[in-house]
Design a protein around this ligand. Structure first.
Ligand code: EPU
Length: 318
């Protein structure tokens, strides 16, 4: 059921300093899958003190609250999210060099800008994130990466807010993370210090070329969330098997449900070739999951964060 007009008014008539509220806001341009979705309230945070008050109010009124990063790995299952979608604004886009090869980076800083910024400060080490979309906060929450590396490997310290508005600082050893998983996703990440290494320009270019070559079949020109499933763990060798390769070998490339299509380029991408909805993506995800289960006896795990619906794997707070 949609929230009543009176509930919106409460938010609009009692503004929170540092928070911009937009009722019934369009989210379709805020996720890289570009599915049609609106949210009851979009709250853009420009001041962490305002965020604390927002969390408090949402909790008092039992409003579901979702933290959205760059939207590169988020799929809304339905066309309306009946809650508050929180997004960090411009003040959280920042990069500042500290001593000893550490960069202090705001959580809303776009990942694609990082390699160039590090280079300007005479540093490297982020090349494995070449062409990975999204923002630093979301990347840390999902331990984004490639080639056996994840962004959490570089973390020195993260400044986060708990769901009850407390600011905490965590070092790498204070939380668990692994392949495409990080306990930081339980928190609202505000800022991170990443440890890099001195720039070797030729080595940096070589690494970028390597990662670029690995991505040559990935359809980044189309709307998708990148890889939709995690790679499958082969317990006999403790290595990961490419789910994209399995999908390819199962003959599923090009398979469509309405405008959601298994990419012709890389099997682990589902692309929006028109007006695909969250339901279309989920129907295709289920189809592929079942097909891989039947053919290979594997139960592939989602890499994408699903908001709402029966496959939800994102915690919505209230
Ligand atoms: N392959 C196929 N067909 C396909 C896809 C892959 O034959 O449709 C083959 C490739 O030719 C290659 C092997 O499978 O021989 C591995 O493929 P790839 O190098 O693309 O690696 P991947 O394991 O499928 C992972 C990450 C990607 C990352 C690449 C490159 C996951 C789920 N995916 O894919 O990350 O870009 O390695 O480093 O871990 C993402 O997470 O969003 C993502 C795109």
């Amino acid at each position: 059921m949609r929230r009543s007009y009176l509930e919106f008014r409460d938010f609009l008539e009692n503004p929170i300093p540092g928070i911009t509220i937009s009722p019934n806001a369009d989210l379709s341009t805020r996720t890289s899958m570009r599915t049609r979705c609106r949210t009851a309230i979009l709250a853009e945070v420009n001041d962490p003190r305002g965020l604390r008050e927002l969390l408090h109010r949402a909790h008092e009124r039992a409003w579901p609250l979702l933290m959205l990063g760059g939207g590169a790995n988020t799929l809304f299952a339905t066309s309306f999210f009946n809650g508050i979608t929180v997004s960090l604004g411009k003040p959280f886009e920042s990069i500042m060099p500290l001593d000893m090869g550490v960069l202090r980076i705001g959580a809303a800083t776009p990942l694609p800008s990082l390699i160039g910024s590090a280079k300007r400060f005479g540093l490297m080490g982020l090349e494995f994130l070449y062409k990975v979309p999204g923002q630093v906060g979301g990347a840390l929450a999902g331990n984004a990466g490639a080639g056996g590396w994840g962004i959490c490997d570089l973390l020195e310290r993260a400044v986060c807010m708990t769901r009850n508005g407390r600011i905490i600082q965590l070092k790498r050893g204070d939380f668990r993370y692994s392949y495409r998983f990080s306990e930081l996703k339980e928190l609202i990440i505000l800022e991170a210090d990443l440890r890099l290494r001195p720039l070797d320009p030729a080595e940096s270019e070589r690494l970028k070329a390597d990662y670029s070559a690995k991505k040559k079949n990935q359809p980044y020109h189309l709307s998708s969330s990148g890889c939709i499933f995690k790679n499958v763990l082969d317990t006999s060798t403790n290595t990961r098997v490419s789910t994209g390769k399995l999908i390819d070998e199962a003959g599923l490339k090009g398979y469509c449900i309405r405008d959601a299509m298994v990419s012709e380029g890389h099997g682990n991408f589902i692309v929006n070739v028109g007006q695909a909805t969250g339901e279309d993506f989920l129907a295709l995800i289920n189809f592929v999951k079942d097909a891989l289960g039947e053919q290979y006896g594997v139960d592939v795990e989602l890499e994408v964060n699903v908001v709402g619906g029966p496959m939800a794997n994102v915690k919505v707070y209230s």
